[in-house]
Design a protein around this ligand. Structure first.
Ligand SMILES: *[C@@H]1O[C@H](CO)[C@@H](O)[C@H](O)[C@H]1NC(C)=O
Ligand SMILES: *[C@@H]1O[C@H](CO)[C@@H](O)[C@H](O)[C@H]1NC(C)=O
Ligand SMILES: *[C@@H]1O[C@H](CO)[C@@H](O)[C@H](O)[C@H]1NC(C)=O
Ligand SMILES: *[C@@H]1O[C@H](CO)[C@@H](O)[C@H](O)[C@H]1NC(C)=O
Ligand SMILES: *[C@@H]1O[C@H](CO)[C@@H](O)[C@H](O)[C@H]1NC(C)=O
Ligand SMILES: *[C@@H]1O[C@H](CO)[C@@H](O)[C@H](O)[C@H]1NC(C)=O
Length: 792
């Protein structure tokens, strides 16, 4: 079973590896050697190359041997080189080749080859005289793009490709075009989109008919007609009316006069064209003040981009009136020096107006009722100043949903009063202005998308109301110090607030903003302190897609030691952050300590140990540096032991063996009994022969034995207060009341508490004996020293 499984597993692995190799084989292998000063096709190309870019070099020749080995080559870009002649048969071994860009070379001639079947062939911007259309191109059944260039056009030269349906044809006419023109030469082109580039800087005197019947989209570049009001070009345009398929016209790089410009518009108005775009226009002269015929148009969208005019000293209202009354849906005028736009004189069909990048001021569309169908308006990059004026402007635009007034100099101050925004307004772009927090008192009530990035907002006022519909708020690149909650914006789902001055974002953000789907708060100067920890934790609790740019654009800015650390990697111990936790921890540790000490005291008698250890160490300290040979000089015994008969079992079984095994010599009055003497005499004899006197104290001892000693001590002042010669062992506790009041000595000795207590627990016995022996020996040593001292 296991064996078959592992075989299966190996098989799957091998299969997957094979698949991966095949897949990687099929993926593109791009070699970019553009702009490298090549004068030949490089020889060191990988055989895997599928895309080769050798554009912008100095290559003048392409040979079979250059590319023979590149059997996988699909895309070859040799534009902007110096190739003058090409035999397409050089590609006969590159069977995969489908995209060939030879534009911007110096080609005068090509020879074709039947086996090459391209999708994209660009021969534009070359030096061909006649169209470089050989009959083999007619066999390129896949051809989608064909770029051509010529200085002469002949109807016959187009025929080989007349049967192909090509998506786009680019035709670049050389500088000497127009000498022997055949107006009908393009009629047989079969293409959806035609782009003709006329010779630059050459007056438009052409009669070429550009209304190719198959074309849906037509683009004409470089039209210069500044003399005689452009009759040739207007004539060419008027022919477009024939072609009812044409729906899109683009004119680039036009140099003309105001009259012709209006005429161009007028002509296009009566064609089938729906989308008309004019860009890069240079205008001269003055317009003729004549009526514009708006009737019968197919036009839906007109765009005018980049207009430069050297004369604007005429009543411009004429132009503005023509523009504002256009009966189209979409109208764009951008990148012009347009100063104003008037209100349409009747209800306008305008739905989308883009007047970005002009010089419009606050009075634009002031009090204009006829833009009630307008849905979107862009006044981006103009000269707008007061937000309240713009709000007034929208008041009567009943359908306005989107307004872009970004990149102006808009400001708003509360004192400027109420902002009567169009109630329909849903999206408002006010980015890149000079608005402050007071803008929150001048917002459309139902706005859903609000872009306020790059302004001067320092905070979001707490008391704002009525933004329940707001879904997207971009307030990046302002001066906000705090992350706002969603109190005022209960529908907020997208918040962009990066590049502000937020150092301690609130951890309650996600609680407050239940509907948030995306927040982008990176690139703020985060202070990596305890408070931030909670915010980081709260990020950890939401799905990672919600926090945009996490973790890379969230870095600590402070303290210095954490600068540049990703918030993701910022760690600080919980203890150092929470005072409460710290107090609790200290409390708990204290409590544990107290309990331990108590337990030790109660169960293990810690004080006893401490006392013992204290005595032991004291004795040890004193014992240092005393030579042992000086011991046992004068006395016969080390110690005399006195005890009650009642305790004799303990003395004989415990005390004696433990002392004598260490070589301590003991005098016992019954053992070392001198016959013929009384007990007291014997005892005194023993005391006098011993360094030490050990008394084993117990209630019995106090009652039966101590009387001998009280008397003795009274006569011989041998044991003065604090004397070292006495060692008291407390075998059993002696209640104070049981000591007769006449025993002064005993009382004073016991009061000093210098006795050794006999512990009941076996585990403590070792320490007890050690301590006792040390006491005997140290006292011996000291005595020996003292004696020495006296003798010398
Ligand atoms: C080829 O290189 C030129 C110049 O670097 C570049 O502009 C062009 O986009 C490149 N073309 C492709 C398809 O990579
Ligand atoms: C074009 O292709 C057809 C058949 O596919 C072939 O008969 C004809 O010779 C080819 N013409 C040229 C010019 O290659
Ligand atoms: C605009 O058109 C002029 C000729 O009318 C041309 O010289 C210039 O390069 C064009 N500018 C752009 C950006 O196409
Ligand atoms: C408007 O177009 C229709 C057909 O499309 C035509 O019959 C009519 O004459 C045109 N009217 C004008 C004023 O051009
Ligand atoms: C008009 O402009 C709007 C917004 O830019 C666009 O969505 C729409 O497709 C345009 N309509 C036409 C007919 O170009
Ligand atoms: C607002 O306009 C700016 C350009 O000024 C643009 O980058 C931004 O995407 C626009 N915002 C929205 C929400 O469309």
């Amino acid at each position: 079973m296991t064996k078959t499984n592992s075989t299966m597993f190996q098989f799957v692995i091998i299969f997957m590896l094979t698949l991966m190799i095949q897949l990687s084989d099929e993926s593109e292998f791009l070699v970019d050697r553009s702009k490298t000063g090549l004068i030949h096709v490089p020889k060191d190309l990988s055989l895997k190359t599928t895309i080769l870019n050798i554009s912008q070099n100095y290559i003048s020749e392409l040979r079979t041997s250059d590319i023979l080995s590149l059997s996988k080559l699909r895309i070859l870009i040799i534009s902007h080189n110096r190739i003058q002649y090409l035999d397409i048969s050089v590609f006969q071994f590159n069977q995969e080749l489908e995209y060939l860009d030879l534009s911007h070379n110096e080609l005068e001639k090509i020879s074709c080859h039947p086996t090459v079947n391209l999708r994209h062939l660009d021969l534009s911007f070359n030096a061909f005289d006649a169209l470089p259309i050989c009959k083999e191109i007619g066999n390129m059944s896949q051809l989608q793009f064909l770029g051509l260039s010529a200085t002469q056009l002949q109807k016959s030269s187009v025929l080989p490709i007349a049967h192909l349906h090509i998506n786009k044809i680019l035709l670049v006419l050389g500088d000497s075009y127009g000498e022997k023109e055949e107006p009908e030469s393009l009629q047989d082109l079969n293409t959806e989109s035609l782009h003709i580039v006329f010779p630059t800087r050459k007056e438009y005197h052409f009669i070429l008919d550009v209304s190719v019947s198959t074309a849906v989209s037509l683009e004409l570049s470089n039209i210069k007609c500044v003399v005689n009001r452009c009759p040739y070009f207007l004539n060419v345009l008027s022919k477009l009316q024939k072609n009812s398929r044409l729906s899109s016209l683009t004119l680039n790089n036009i140099e003309t006069d105001w009259y012709s410009f209006i005429m161009i518009l007028q002509l296009v108005w009566h064609t089938s064209i729906e989308y008309f775009s004019i860009s890069n226009v240079t205008l001269q002269g003055y317009p003729d003040f004549r009526d514009f015929d708006y009737s019968n148009t197919s036009l839906k969208a007109l765009s005018v981009h980049q207009v430069v005019t050297n004369v604007f000293r005429f009543p411009q209202n004429y132009i503005y009136t023509i523009f504002s009354n256009m009966n189209i849906q979409n109208f764009t005028v951008s990148g012009t020096h347009m100063l104003h736009m008037v209100c349409p004189s009747q209800m306008s069909p305008f739905q989308h107006l883009d007047f970005s990048n002009n010089l419009l001021t606050d009075i634009v569309f002031n009090d204009c009722e006829n833009l009630a169908k307008l849905k979107t308006l862009s006044l981006q990059m103009n000269q707008l100043k007061k937000l309240v004026n713009i709000a007034h402007m929208t008041k009567k635009m009943k359908s306005l949903q989107q307004l872009d007034i970004s990149q102006n100099s808009l400001g708003y101050d509360k004192s400027e009063g109420y902002c009567p925004w169009a109630i329909s307004l849903l999206s408002l772009n006010m980015s890149s202005n000079i608005l402050t927090e007071s803008v929150f008192r001048c917002l459309p009530p139902r706005v859903k998308i609000l872009d306020l990035h790059s302004n001067k907002i320092k905070n979001i006022p707490k008391d704002i109301t009525g933004l329940e519909d707001l879904q997207e708020l971009n307030i990046a690149s302002n001066d906000l110090a705090h992350l706002p909650g969603c109190g005022a914006f209960s529908s907020l789902s997208v918040l962009i607030i990066d590049n502000n001055a937020i150092s301690n974002p609130s951890a309650h953000f996600f609680q407050s903003c239940q509907k948030i789907k995306s927040i982008k708060a990176g690139d703020n100067p985060f202070h990596c302190t305890c408070e931030l920890r909670e915010f980081i934790q709260s990020i950890g609790q939401v799905s990672s897609e919600v926090v945009e740019g996490w973790p890379d654009s969230y870095e600590c800015d402070y303290p210095e030691s954490y600068k540049g650390t990703l918030l993701k990697d910022f760690r600080v111990s919980p203890l150092s952050c929470s005072t409460a936790l710290l107090m609790v921890t200290i409390g708990v540790i204290g409590l544990v300590l107290a309990v331990t000490v108590t337990v030790l005291c109660i169960y293990f008698d810690l004080p006893w140990y401490l006392r013992m250890v204290f005595q032991w160490t004291r004795t040890r300290r004193r014992a240092r540096h005393i030579p042992s040979c000086e011991l046992q000089k004068t006395f016969q015994f080390h110690a005399f032991i006195s005890y009650s008969e009642h305790d004799s079992a303990w003395v004989k079984n415990e005390l004696l063996p433990n002392l004598e095994k260490e070589g301590i010599q003991i005098c016992l009055h019954e053992r070392n009994f001198v016959p013929g003497k009384s007990i007291v005499e014997n005892i005194i004899n023993c005391i006098e022969k011993s360094y030490k006197s050990i008394f084993v104290l117990s209630p019995n001892f106090v009652q039966s034995e101590w009387c001998h000693y009280e008397l003795y001590f009274a006569h011989h002042n041998l044991f003065h207060e604090g004397s070292n010669n006495l060692i008291l062992i407390l075998l059993e506790p002696i209640p104070k009341y049981s000591v007769p009041s006449s025993y002064h000595k005993l009382k004073s000795l016991m009061a000093q508490r210098t006795y050794l207590e006999w512990p009941k627990e076996k585990s403590k016995h070792g320490l007890f004996w050690a301590n006792l022996r040390a006491s005997i020996l140290i006292k011996l040593m000291e005595q020996a020293k003292e004696i020495d001292h006296v003798h010398s």
